[in-house]
Design a binder for this molecule. Structure first.
Ligand code: KIV
Ligand code: ZN
Length: 506
């Protein structure tokens, strides 16, 4: 951040830490890097890339994101424990700009039942932890976990100690999503009056009562200047404050809040789509800002109004969030430069050989499907580029299904660790036959927890996008596949999930 602007709010993104704690949102390292890149393009100020001490995977994620991103500050979470802080510092050592985020609970409930500590002991932990973090980096944030249920004066005392020991940002989380806007704003104002004005007050609000963004905005009005957010609001339980909702509220109602921020709003839609694909969770149609209905007008009166003047029913334009027009983008004759430029406009900066791989996939899709839309192109990027190295790969698939009384049959050829294996199997329906055949040939019999098919664009020639969630030996993985033939897309999704499970096992 350049010149100090008292009206500039800091976007601290925790998609890769709190967001990843959301059920079903586990990401592998390359997916985390992809998310970090889109967060950087979005213009967030800080990326909380993980909790380095919590697992070797989190440590690697923090260290890799710290190396990969250029402009954004990278942060690791840590308890007030010395070894946690050392792990965070170690993971962040190659970051151009880093932050250690130290937390401990300050509510009576957490101190007594979770930590088994007296308030005095907790204050001592803050002193030890924050001082140690400040010796490792010049940017320390301190969080009073469960602050909204903490005794107000005890919370202020904890914050004062943290500042005295070197914290420059104080985070006041509504850990359980319990606070109400006016009440939360009053807590922030109370702290602000009692703390060095140079210290940034941050808020981190969970959405259990659907108030995460409202509480964050109320806290800004009371003087907070940092918000901890996640893309699409993913996070523990009902999630965190959604980055896109907060950024658009501040943008659309700049006249009301009078606050500045660095989010490039036209990158919101590409970033949300990328996240949704990576975690295999479709964006709900009625999701504010990024859902399919956010700019759709159904009633005749609304449609007529929008045709006359979009402002009658639209408080922001689709272009302001980077929503692509559904214009045809590619076809059989599209050239390399056109594909590259289109990918860049969608937020994908690919290496030359990756562009070539997407181009050849575009050409082969164009043989089957006349018009190729943005969404098709995005599906191809994920099929060609972000697919993890496969242990199991589909070579051929033939499926027969009829109503003659014969059971649906799948014949498949797989490549398993470089070896070709063939198998045929039956099932209740064609998808079941394919899954049974894959299970038999790979020797896995995971539980199928979720199976969904989505036609990426309209028309019977649309690319089918299949998402599955498989569970085996207590681990679960999301798999995705896309293909104009939904049975083939189903096989790819199933194999993709098996590949992820195999990788986790390793
Ligand atoms: O919700 C919470 O309190 C947290 C802290 C660790 C900041 O995620
Ligand atoms: Zn949280």
């Amino acid at each position: 951040m350049n010149k100090y602007d008292p009206n500039r709010v800091i976007f601290f993104d925790t998609t890769l830490r709190d967001g990843e704690q959301s059920p079903g949102a586990t990401m592998n390292l390359s997916e985390k890097i992809r998310i970090a890149q889109s967060l950087e393009s979005l213009g967030v100020d800080i990326i909380e890339a993980g909790f380095a001490a919590s697992s070797p995977g989190d440590f690697e994620a923090v260290a890799t994101v710290a190396r990969e991103v250029e402009k954004v500050r990278v942060c690791s979470l840590a308890r007030t424990v010395i070894s946690d802080i050392d792990r965070a510092a170690e993971a962040l050592k190659e970051a151009k700009h880093s932050r250690i985020h130290v937390f401990v609970a300050t509510s009576p409930l957490h101190m007594e039942h979770k930590l088994n500590k007296t308030p005095e002991q907790v204050l001592k932990m803050i002193e030890t932890g924050v001082s140690h973090a400040a010796a490792c980096t010049d940017d320390v944030e301190f969080s009073c976990e469960d602050a909204s249920r903490s005794d107000l004066d005890f919370m202020v005392e904890a914050c004062r100690i943290a500042v005295a020991c070197g914290a420059k940002t104080l985070n006041i989380p509504d850990t359980v999503g319990y606070a109400q806007p006016e009440e939360y704003a009053a807590r922030i104002a109370y702290l602000k009056e009692r703390i060095d004005p140079k210290v940034i007050i941050s808020v981190h609000v969970h959405n259990d009562l659907g108030l995460a963004v409202a509480n964050t905005l109320a806290a800004f009005r009371a003087g907070a200047r940092q918000a901890e957010v996640t893309l699409c609001g993913i996070g523990e339980r009902a999630g965190n404050a959604a980055l896109e909702e907060l950024a658009m509220a501040l943008t659309v109602r700049k006249n009301y809040y009078q606050l500045n921020h660095g989010i490039k709003t036209e990158q919101i839609y590409p970033a949300a789509r990328i996240l949704s694909r990576i975690i295999g969770q479709p964006l709900a149609r009625n999701k504010p800002i990024v859902g399919a209905n956010a700019f759709a007008h159904e009633s005749g009166i609304h449609q007529a109004g929008v045709l006359k003047n979009p402002e009658t029913y639209e408080i922001m334009t689709p272009a302001s969030i980077g929503l692509p027009s559904n214009a045809i983008v590619m076809g059989k004759h599209s050239g390399r430069n056109a594909v590259k430029a289109k990918l860049e406009s969608m937020g994908y900066a690919l290496e030359p050989e990756q562009v070539d791989a997407v181009l050849s996939a575009v050409k082969s899709l164009a043989d089957k499907k006349k018009d190729i839309f943005d969404e098709d192109l995005e599906a191809l990027v994920f099929e060609e580029i972000y697919r993890i190295p496969d242990k199991y790969a589909l070579v051929h698939l033939g499926v027969q299904s009829s109503d003659t009384g014969l059971p649906p049959t799948a014949v498949l050829v797989l490549d398993i660790d470089g070896k070709r294996v063939e198998h045929a199997g039956f099932g209740v329906g064609p998808v079941d036959a394919v899954f049974q055949a894959i299970a038999a040939v790979t020797g896995h019999k995971p539980g199928l927890e979720q199976y969904s098919v989505n036609a990426i664009t309209g028309g019977t020639d649309a690319l089918g996008e299949v998402t599955v969630r498989l569970t085996e030996n207590g681990r679960s993985a999301v798999g995705r596949g896309s293909h104009p033939d939904v049975i083939n897309a189903s096989a790819r999704a199933y194999l993709n999930a098996l590949n992820r499970l195999a990788k986790m096992e390793k």
